[in-house]
Design a protein around this ligand. Sequence first.
Ligand code: GLU
Length: 292
Amino acid sequence: MPPPVFRFAPSPNGFLHLGHARSALLNFDLAQQSGGRLLLRIEDIDATRCRPDFERAIYEDLAWLGIAWEQPVRRQSEHLALYREAVDRLARDGLIYPAFESRAEIARMVEEKGRSGAWPRDPDGAPVYPGTGRQLTEAERAQRTRAEAPYALRLDMIAAVARAGPLSWREQGAGPDGETGDVPARPEQWGDVILARKDTPTSYHLSVVIDDALQGVTHVVRGEDLFWATGVHRLLQELLGLPQPVYRHHALVLDDAGQKLSKSTRSTALRDLRAGGATPAEIRRLVGINPS
Ligand code: GLU
């Protein structure tokens, strides 16, 4: 049997905090305990928010924690052509359409529709896109995509789910309500998700499944905030003919107010804790991961 392959996949859009430490240490320990490999992937497709100094800080903070990973590190921004091919394939299959509304326009449309009853929200709490772009004719689409206006390429969720059929994933951890084992994928909760934009030929959902497959990742270990996104990932794996890893979602590290940590909460940034005298052993204790 080939060794299991784990990965830690941070975005360099801020400094790593205790939540990242829990994920990274868990991946590292599981890889060590199983004689597996640990890969590091830099998820830097959002050119407006990602910065080289944050990327350098990721390497420093992980090394300080005692984590070792394989080289080379994969940087998503270097593989945009590959993601574009997948978008083209889904477009050829008739599963993608351009949508031209700005975020503010979507909010207005949803508010109007919501007057006659609550409008559905996705698991992250954002209103589901009402699917207006699906109604445009091919000629309108062609004309508007040639114009200057920005647009998003969205997955036609109903068509995609019909094509793929019922799906599930193997969960070795647990979801927010304790879901574990064989978990039914419910990608339709997210509506017509964005898979690419006019200026960026990919999205988090698309590049994560392509890279996990390409890098031979067998075990995805990550925070519980991505639990329901796994349904979208399973769907994309099925549509693109990619293998499925097993998943293990772990509880998030919360702040004193019970909120999920964010990269702007300086007090839990690893480099601030280090500057304040914390040791890697204390970080392990703080995030509840015993030394391996
Ligand atoms: N890049 C994502 C993040 O920093 C994690 C992606 C994943 O583990 O699937 O939240």
